[in-house]
Design a protein around this ligand. Sequence first.
Ligand SMILES: Nc1ncnc2c1ncn2[C@@H]1O[C@H](COP(=O)(O)OP(=O)(O)O)[C@@H](O)[C@H]1O
Ligand SMILES: [Mg+2]
Length: 516
Amino acid sequence: MTNSIDCKDILRRYLKARIPFISIRTNERNRALEIIAELNEEMSIPVYYHTISQGTRELLTNRLVNEDRSVIGGLDFAVQRISQQQNNTFVFTDVQDIEDDSMLTRQFKDIVMVAPNTGGSLIVITNASISSGLQRLGMSVTLSPPDEDEMADIIKENIEPYQSSMKIEWDANDIQVAAAILTGVSRIEAENIIATLLANGQILKEDIQQLMKAKDQIFADISGIERVQVREDYEVGGLEGLKMWLEMNEKLLTADLRESGIRPPRGVLLVGVPGCGKSLSAKAISTMWKLPLYRLDLSTIHGQYLGQSESRLKEALQTADHVAPCVLWIDEIEKGLAGATGGGDGGASTRIVGQFLYWLQESLARVFVVATANDVSKLPPELLRRGRFDELFFVDLPTPTEREEIIQIYIKKGLGMEINEELLSKLVQLSDGFAGSDLEAAVREVVKQSIVKGKDTVTEKTFIDYFHNIVPLSQTSPEQIADIRLWGRERAVPAGKQHEQNEPDSIKKSGRSVIV
Ligand SMILES: Nc1ncnc2c1ncn2[C@@H]1O[C@H](COP(=O)(O)OP(=O)(O)O)[C@@H](O)[C@H]1O
Ligand SMILES: [Mg+2]
C-alpha cells in the first residue's frame, strides 16, 4: 500500500531523475493530479495535463494550451513541446488502449525514446494494465486509497467548516474510528459519505454506524466479492482443535508484527464431510472476531473472454485488501477452481489458482481467508502445499461428545429447554453417523411440531421418532464419505478434539496435529 506521502516521495525522485515514462496506478485521478501539482509548485518545472474533456492545460494555472482533445492530439502537442523546451512534463489522464502493442502504445514509445534528450517526461494516470514494452521504458508507482491517517485528515477537513454552525459530536477518537472504517474507499467516496452525514444538519456519535453501511454499498456491486450480513449467534458444536487454533491466531491478527518479521495469519482451509460445520465456522469466525465477512465466489469470477477471469479476480482481491481487516470466505473453493487440474479452458483456471496463491502469499493486508471444500479430489495440489494457508483442517463427522453438544445447542435454541441425561445419551446413540446438519434437521422437526401442535405434545418418543427418520449421507453415500475421511485424515489436522475417535478406526489416522 502506498499512501499519498510515500507516493509523493517516489514521484519526486522520478521527476528529479527525469524518468521519461511514469505510470501512476490508481483509480483516483484527482488525488494523483493534486500530488503532481504540489510537486510542481515545489520544483517549478513546466507541467501540463491532458483530459479528453478539456484538451491540454497548464497544471498550476489551468490555462488552456492546446485545444485538441484527442489523446493523439495531446501527444502530438507534447512531442512538439518536448523537442523545443527543457524539462517538460505531460500528464495523461484518459488513456485507453495501451494494454498491448497498439498504435497508441507505439506513439507513446516513440516519444518516450526521444524525451530524454531534453529531459521530457510523460506521466500516465491509470488503473488499467500497460503494455510491458512501454512500461519497461519507465517507472511506475501505485497510489492506494487513503490510509487511516490520511482518511482522518480528510474527515477533519470536511467537518471542520461546520464546527460552529451545527452540532458535531465526534471527538478525535471518533474521527479515528471513522477513519478506520472508511479506509479502502477513495477520497471522493469518503467525502461523499461525510457530506451525506452533514446533510442531516448534525453529526452524532451513532452516525459512525452509518459509515459501515455506506462503505458496504460502495463495494456491494463489485463483481465476485459480496458482503455477508452475519447474525450474532452462531454456535458451533465441537471442533475444539479449530477453536483453539483460532483463539491463538486472533491475537496474531491484531498484534503489531512489524518488528517481529512474521506475517499476520493468512487463513485456513477447512476440508471434510458435508454438513459438519465448515461454512458455519466461516461465519462464526467473523462474528467471534468482530470482523466484517466478505464472500468471494470464484465461480462468478470466470468470464467469457480471455483474461477476463484474471482481471476480475484481481479486482476482487484488491477490494478485499481495501476492506481489510476482514474475513474473506471462499465457500467450496474446489468448485471455483474446477478444471485447474488440467481443464479445457485454455489454462485460465490454472492461472487463477496461481494468481490467488500469489496474493495469498504476498498481500500484507489483514485479510483472513477461510476457504472450505467438500470434494477434496478436485483441489489443485498447489493449494495444499505448506505455507499457503496457515493450516489445513479436516472436519469429520461429529464424535459422540460433539453430537451431544450440537443436539443441546439446537434444543436450547429451538425449544428453550434442556433434556434429561438419559434421553440425551439415547439420541447420541441413535445419531451415529449423523452430520451436524442431520442433527440440526432432526431437532428442527421437533421444534416445528412444538410450534404447530403445542409444546406439551413433545415427548421423549417425539425426539426418538424424528431422530429415527433421518437418513444421513454417511448411510446413503458411504463410499463418498469414506474417501473424504481417508484423504482428510492423512493430510490434514483434525478440527475436532484430538485423541477422540468417532468410530472404531480401521482407517489410518493423521500423523499431524496442532501444537498449542
Ligand atoms: N459443528 C456444528 N455445530 C452446530 N451446528 C452445525 C455443526 N455442523 C453443522 N451444523 C448445522 O448444519 C448446517 C450446515 O452446516 P455447514 O457448516 O453449512 O456444513 P458444511 O461443512 O457442509 O459447510 C449449519 O448451518 C448448522 O445449522
Ligand atoms: Mg458448506
